[in-house]
Design a binder for this molecule. Structure first.
Ligand code: ZN
Length: 410
């Protein structure tokens, strides 16, 4: 009888133990499912990334940049660093706004940065910090894109541009001019003489570093058509050899001294000959204010103009220091000749150019003009439906850039 009671007690205890084990398993499974759901919603990942920083240093960001197939498409950046504390404080998918502007959080906790991204059919541009560009221009691959007050890309908008060109240098004043260009994010083209190039070698290398263009103005300022063809070719070739020895590349464009050329000379030298439509007359005026007025009152300050100046005179450089910010404040972008040509759909060929005005392009006066072909950034679209429907956003996200996400995870 006692044995029977003992057996029953043992059986009851075994059943209790089994029930407890089942309950523990249930709790563990529920916890696991909950964690999986939270991870899926991107709620845990930013926190994990922020505090443990696994694989989210700059080298990973660099890998992500390299991995993108479209070089202009936005990358997905994991949250990182102090700068992202504001982003970290809002962990829901979709659009957010902070003190620096609007940004977009993906399902995996990443945010778009440094490129174009289409969301709900609207093309946005995300800056390096992950905020969209509004009411401003973005230059990508030498092409300008305009984004309105909502951050939407507006096709067909053209920012007026002007090409500043400087002849007869480089000189002791050129470095000061480069300071002004660099400080204003402006570019210019320098048509230089071979025989004095060596004296300002560092200056020529700096031109390239800040995005300026290297031009050829012959070896010692000869009137090219008055030379034999062999001498004319030699004048350009020797200068190119000198420039290449100094900065590693020869000239891309030529300005013939005195603006003097012939079809024969152009054909023999086989480079674009760049003339001008605005002559500052700085070589004669030699006064910064008079130079400035001469340019501004020329009646030819417009989109596509080429301005002629000389960086061998101190007043010309002083004029440029006023002119550069003034033109920018009027809405102009200051570009090199090659940048201008690219933006205007012109392939520079061995021919003469005086301007890139719309009227000249349309009249067929600009050699190498390819005609209008609107350039639109192409990126994949992320659809959010304007709702808080997470599953839809997640679904689209997952199918979109698996490759990029793998790189982040790596
Ligand atoms: Zn000259």
């Amino acid at each position: 009888m006692d044995n029977e009671i003992l057996r029953r007690n043992r059986k009851r205890k075994e059943q209790q133990l089994k029930r407890r084990r089942r309950l523990k398993l249930c709790i563990f499974a529920s916890g696991f499912i909950l964690a999986a759901v939270l991870l899926g919603r991107g709620l845990l990942r930013p926190v994990w990334t922020r505090f443990f920083g696994s694989g989210t240093d700059d080298s990973t960001t660099l890998q992500t940049d390299v991995a993108r197939t479209d070089p202009d498409a936005a990358v997905r950046r994991p949250l990182k660093g102090k700068d992202d504390i504001e982003k970290l404080s809002v962990n829901t998918i979709g659009w957010h706004e902070d003190s620096k502007g609007r940004w977009f959080q993906n399902a995996d906790g990443t945010y778009f940065a440094d490129g174009f991204q289409s969301i709900d059919g609207i093309q946005y541009y995300f800056d390096d910090d992950g905020h969209i560009v509004v009411s401003d221009w973005v230059v990508r691959g030498g092409v300008e894109y305009y984004f309105d007050a909502n951050g939407s890309y507006i096709p067909g908008q053209e920012r007026p541009m002007i090409a500043l060109t400087f002849d007869d240098g480089p000189s002791e004043y050129t470095d000061r001019l480069l300071d002004a260009l660099e400080a204003n994010g402006a570019h210019a083209t320098f048509f230089m003489l071979g025989w004095i190039a060596e004296e300002q070698a560092g200056c020529i290398r700096r031109m390239l570093e800040i995005g300026c263009e290297i031009g050829n103005h012959s070896w010692n300022h000869v009137n090219l058509p008055q030379q034999t063809i062999e001498t004319a070719i030699q004048q350009i070739r020797d200068t190119d050899a000198e420039l290449e020895a100094i900065c590693g590349q020869e000239s891309t464009v030529v300005r013939p001294p005195y603006g003097s050329y012939s079809d024969e000379v152009i054909a023999a030298i086989d480079k674009p000959f760049i003339l001008w439509c605005v002559d500052s007359l700085d070589w004669s005026l030699k006064d910064a204010k008079l130079d400035y007025d001469s340019i501004m009152n020329s009646g030819a300050i417009q989109d596509g103009s080429i301005i002629l100046m000389h960086d061998i005179y101190e007043p010309s450089v002083a004029c440029a220091e006023m002119l550069i910010p003034a033109l920018i404040s009027q809405g102009y972008r200051l570009v090199t000749i090659s940048e201008m040509a690219r933006a205007k759909n012109v392939d520079l060929i061995s021919s003469a150019y005086t301007d890139f005005w719309d009227t000249s392009l349309e009249a067929g006066l600009v050699p190498g003009y390819r005609g209008e072909d609107a350039i639109t950034p192409q990126t994949l679209d992320v659809r959010t439906d304007g709702t808080t429907d997470d599953s839809q956003t997640e679904g689209t996200d997952d199918s979109q850039t698996e490759e990029t996400e793998d790189e982040i995870a790596a």
